[in-house]
Write a protein that binds this ligand. Structure first.
Ligand code: SF4
Length: 487
C-alpha cells in the first residue's frame, strides 16, 4: 500500500488520467505553474462557496488550513458530536489515507448523527461524470468514518437567477439537487476499486505511459501537458487534430519542410479587404455571482474594447475604452464604440465570433443603439475561417487558435512582457477587482494600465495577422504553388 495520501482532487485527477495522479504525487514540480487566470477561477469558486454558506444559518467553519489536515479532522470530530451545531463548513475526514473536506455537512434534526453532504459548485448544472464521482467519494469516506446519510445534494448556481436591486439573496442564487439515489452500492464499489487501483499505481516507481490526447483537456486542462509532450517527435499531434486527410497531409509536409503552406485562394478570399480597416477586440466578464442589476450568472458583460485603424497610407491609429467598474458598463461600452466606429463604413477585422456575439447582445440590451450596433456587426470580417481555409504554418502546431496563429504570423509582436494581464481570463479577474474596489488608487491605476496594454496588444496582433496574410497572398501571386524564399 502506498504511504501517499489521496486527496479528493487527486482522486478526481486519477479519473482523468492515472499518469496525472502519479505525476501530481511524485513530480508535482513538473506541472505548469498556476496562472493568474486559474487564480481568478479559484477566487470565483471561493466566493460562490462563501455565498452558499448563507443557506445554512448557524453553520460553523472548520478553520484549520488544508496544510494541517490532522487538526482539521480533530476540529471536525468535536463539531460532529456537538448536536447544537446544525451545519459544519469545510468538514475534514480521512479514511486509510483518503483525505477530503466536505463543503457543507448538514445535520438532520432529531435523527441522531445522520447527515447530508452538500457539494457547492460554481457551475449552472449538474455535470454527471464529475459531480457524481465527487459526491460518491465523499460518501464512501464519510461512511467509513462512521457517519450515515439521508441526503447528498449538489448545490449549483441557478442559470435563470437575475440580480435585482440591492444585495443578492443566496436562497435565490442557488439550486439544490438531491442525488442520494445516484450513490448506490454499485457507485460505492466503483469508488472502492478506484481507490485501490490508485494506491497500487502510486506505489509504482515510474509513471504509467499514456499517449496525450483530447482527454488531457477534459474536464480540465492537465497541468502536465508540456511535460508529457516535450519530447514528442515533430508532427506527433497531427493524428489528433481531427482534420480531414488532405489537411493532415499538408500539416505533415509543413512540419517536415518548416515552410508555411498558402492556398491559391487566399488572395481571392482577402479580396476587397483593403485598408482602411479596423481591428476590434472586446473584453467581457461572465461573473459567477452577477455584479449588476438585471444580469444573470456568467452573462457576458463587456467592459473594455480596443480598436486599431490601419489607413490606406499604412498609418495606424489606436482607440480604447475601459469602464470604471463603479456601475454597469454596457451602455458606456456601446456608446463609445458606436461613437468611434460610426465615422466610416470600412471593414472591422476580428478573430472568432466572440465580438459579433457581444455586439448582438449589446444591441438587444440597448434599443436606442440597436441599429448602430447592428451596422457594426455587418462590417465585421472574421479572419479565423480565412486563415483556416488558406494557411498552415509550422508554428500553428495543429491549432488555429489566435494563441498560435498570432505568434506564428506576427512573430515580432510578443506578449511575454505582459505580466499582470496577459489573456482574457486575467482581464476578467482584473475587472472583478475594479468592481470590488479592493485596491489603493495607485494599484488601481497600475491595473488599469495593464488591462489597456493587453487589449491594445490584441488588436495590434490582429492588424499584424492581416498584414501577414496579405504578404503571404502576394507571394503566392508571384510564384504560384511555391513560397518565395528570397526575402
Ligand atoms: S498531459 Fe495527458 S497523458 Fe499527460 S498526465 Fe496529463 S492527462 Fe495524462
Amino acid at each position: 500500500m502506498s504511504e501517499h495520501a489521496l486527496s479528493k482532487s487527486k482522486y478526481l485527477s486519477s479519473l482523468q488520467c492515472d499518469r496525472r495522479l502519479w505525476l501530481e504525487t511524485h513530480q508535482p514540480g513538473a506541472a505548469e505553474l498556476t496562472s493568474e487566470a486559474q487564480r481568478h477561477i479559484f477566487r470565483m469558486g471561493t466566493r460562490v462557496g462563501e455565498a452558499a454558506h448563507e443557506l445554512f444559518p448557524g453553520g460553523v467553519l472548520v478553520t484549520a488550513p488544508a496544510s494541517d489536515h490532522e487538526l482539521a479532522c480533530a476540529q471536525t470530530r468535536a463539531l460532529v458530536v456537538d448536536r447544537s451545531v446544525p451545519t459544519i463548513f469545510a468538514a475534514a475526514f480521512e479514511f486509510e489515507g483518503v483525505r477530503l473536506r466536505v463543503d457543507v455537512l448538514e445535520r438532520f434534526d432529531g435523527e441522531g448523527s445522520r447527515f447530508g453532504i452538500r457539494a457547492v459548485k460554481s457551475s449552472t448544472c449538474v455535470k454527471d461524470a464529475q459531480h457524481i464521482s465527487d459526491l460518491a467519494l465523499q460518501k464512501w469516506v464519510l461512511e467509513r468514518c462512521g457517519l450515515s446519510f439521508v441526503s447528498a445534494e449538489l448545490i449549483h448556481l441557478d442559470a435563470d437567477f437575475v440580480k435585482g436591486v440591492g444585495a443578492i439573496e443566496s436562497l435565490d442564487l442557488f439550486k439544490r439537487v438531491e442525488l442520494i439515489d445516484r450513490l448506490g452500492s454499485v457507485e460505492m464499489e466503483k469508488v472502492g476499486a478506484r481507490v485501490e487501483e490508485s494506491r497500487e499505481m502510486l506505489s509504482m516507481l515510474a509513471p504509467p505511459e499514456r499517449e496525450p490526447a483530447a482527454f488531457c483537456k477534459r474536464p480540465h486542462p492537465c497541468p502536465f501537458w508540456n511535460a508529457c509532450t516535450a519530447k514528442k517527435p515533430g508532427g506527433w499531434f497531427i493524428e489528433q487534430v481531427g482534420a480531414k486527410e488532405d489537411r493532415k497531409a499538408i500539416m505533415l509536409e509543413v512540419t517536415e519542410s518548416q515552410e508555411p503552406w498558402v492556398s491559391e485562394s487566399l488572395e481571392e478570399e482577402l479580396g476587397s479587404l483593403q485598408p482602411p480597416i479596423w481591428a476590434l477586440d472586446i473584453e467581457a466578464i461572465g461573473a459567477a455571482i452577477p455584479f449588476f442589476q438585471g444580469t444573470r450568472p456568467y452573462q457576458p458583460i463587456p467592459f473594455q474594447w480596443s480598436l486599431h485603424r490601419l489607413s490606406r497610407d499604412g498609418t495606424l491609429h489606436h482607440f480604447e475604452f475601459l469602464a470604471s467598474g463603479r456601475r454597469d458598463p454596457r451602455e458606456e461600452v456601446a456608446n463609445e464604440l458606436v461613437r468611434t466606429l460610426g465615422q466610416d463604413a470600412s471593414p472591422i477585422v476580428v478573430y472568432s465570433g466572440y465580438e459579433q456575439r457581444r455586439l448582438k447582445e449589446m444591441a438587444s440590451a440597448a434599443p436606442k443603439l440597436e441599429s448602430s450596433l447592428v451596422a457594426i456587426v455587418d462590417r465585421l470580417v472574421d479572419l479565423h475561417p480565412i486563415v483556416r481555409r488558406n494557411v498552415y504554418h509550422p508554428d500553428f502546431l495543429g491549432s488555429y487558435s489566435i494563441k498560435y496563429v498570432a505568434p506564428a504570423l506576427a512573430p515580432s509582436l510578443v506578449y511575454t512582457d505582459l505580466v499582470t494581464v496577459s489573456d482574457g481570463t486575467t482581464a476578467m479577474g482584473a475587472f472583478a477587482r475594479l468592481v470590488a474596489r479592493e485596491m489603493s488608487p495607485y494599484e488601481e491605476a497600475d491595473l488599469r494600465n495593464a488591462m489597456l496594454d493587453y487589449c491594445r496588444r490584441d488588436t495590434l496582433a490582429l492588424i499584424d495577422v492581416y498584414r501577414s496574410l496579405r504578404e503571404l497572398a502576394g507571394r503566392h501571386k508571384r510564384a504560384p504553388g511555391a513560397i518565395d524564399q528570397t526575402d
